[in-house]
Design a protein around this ligand. Structure first.
Ligand code: PLP
Length: 386
């Protein structure tokens, strides 16, 4: 098996640093080997640094980001609990659906796709009713919008609710301060700004969330039982399930690289890359969908110009240049492209490549010379050199 080398500029997964790929081929340890527990402890430390928290209950689940959504909600929600979700995109709606499947009474506070949810609307929805969780998506990958979080902890706590925040496309690419912003439950995924392969979900629970989890009266999901998982990671190491050992090696190495680069420097790298991207996109007449104040740095959404066929452009980028970007989801399907600049994929070189490739494909389409194009398509394996 030799999958072709791509340049991953969709909103995840991202390209993976060669040093992270290398550790994937290290010998597999047993899940109760003391050496593996020391790797887990290192991951816990690296995650606390990245989430900017002191929370003891900080770990990585063997699941994708959706598993973290489910784990966070499942550990605190009981049937009938009221959950307020700020919904202005696909992933916030997923949070609402998961909470509903857990039997919660879900109140959606909506905003048009392309804007953040209004804090005043959230305050009104919290109202006087007793609410268990206020759930927000920090970076809505489906729209490229950043939801401001700074006052949200205070707002939730004034109403007796826990604050749950999705940082799947933001952690390690944009500032996320779990303790300073009073976030009770926060999660992310391994495959975006962390730039490890997909398959691990990163979770941190603060004191209030731990208390709520311990006070529950109804049984919790077995697979996502965070108390049992905490015992396996940090307690007497009692077996719960077999973790994906090799992915934890990769995560440990990815977190080491984040520490080596420095969080502040990494955040600045992401900011600068998007500035350059927007500049070069403007030169070829491509406009961002989101207003500057609400723009998510790590995923840029771009309007598809009138008369341009979404799918054929993306197919040409992939087939001719090995570059992956994605299209819109839901109501934005066919109307936008989503370009991710995250983690190892967030490089100036990639910004130059994607904008030059877009320019070439768009002008080929304009001239109607798609077929006649010298076809930049490289010979079979040569694309690996990219
Ligand atoms: N939340 C957000 C904001 C996401 O962008 C994604 C995935 O793109 C998820 C949750 C779900 O993560 P996964 O696809 O790893 O299950």
């Amino acid at each position: 098996l030799r999958p072709v080398q791509r340049i991953l500029m969709a909103p995840g997964p991202t390209d993976v640093d060669p040093s992270v790929l290398r550790v994937l081929s290290a010998p597999v340890l047993g899940h109760t080997d003391p050496e593996f527990f020391s790797i887990l402890a290192d991951i816990g430390t690296g995650l606390r640094q990245t989430f900017q928290t002191q929370n003891p209950l900080t770990l990585a689940l063997t699941s994708s980001g959706t598993g973290a959504m489910e784990a966070c909600l499942a550990n605190v929600i009981e049937p009938g609990d009221r959950v307020v979700v700020g919904v202005a995109g696909y992933f916030a709606e997923r949070l609402a659906l998961i909470a509903e499947r857990l039997g919660a009474n879900v109140v959606r506070v909506t905003a048009p796709w392309g804007s953040p949810v209004d804090p005043g609307d959230l305050r009104r929805a919290l109202g006087d009713a007793s609410t268990k969780v206020l759930a927000l998506v920090h970076g809505e990958t489906s729209t490229g919008v950043l939801q401001p979080l700074q006052d949200m902890g205070k707002l939730a706590h004034e109403h007796g609710a826990l604050l749950l925040v999705d940082t799947v496309p933001t952690l390690a690419g944009i500032d996320v301060q779990v303790d300073a912003w009073d976030i009770d439950m926060c999660y992310s995924g391994s495959q975006k700004c962390i730039s490890a392969p997909p398959g691990l979900a990163l979770v941190t629970f603060g004191d209030r969330a731990v208390a709520a989890m311990k006070a529950r009266r109804t049984p919790v999901s077995f697979y996502f039982d965070l108390q049992m998982l905490e015992r396996y990671w940090y307690g007497d190491h009692m077996y719960h399930h077999t973790p994906s050992i090799s992915l934890y090696y990769a995560l440990r190495e990815a977190l080491r690289l984040i520490k080596e680069e420095g969080i502040a420097e990494r955040i600045e790298r992401h900011r600068m890359a998007q500035t350059l991207l927007l500049d070069l996109l403007a030169e070829i007449g491509l406009e961002p969908m989101v207003e500057p104040d609400s723009r998510l740095v790590t995923v840029t959404t771009v309007r598809i110009p009138e008369g341009v066929d979404d799918l054929s452009v993306r197919r040409a980028l992939l087939q001719d240049y090995g570059i992956e970007i994605t299209g819109g989801l839901g109501e934005l399907k066919g109307r936008i492209w989503r370009i991710g600049l995250m983690g190892y994929s967030c490089q100036e070189r990639n910004v130059l490549l994607v904008t030059s490739a877009l320019k070439a494909v768009l002008s080929r389409q304009r001239l109607g010379t798609r077929e006649a194009a010298i076809s930049a398509k490289p010979p079979a394996r040569a694309s690996q050199a990219l």
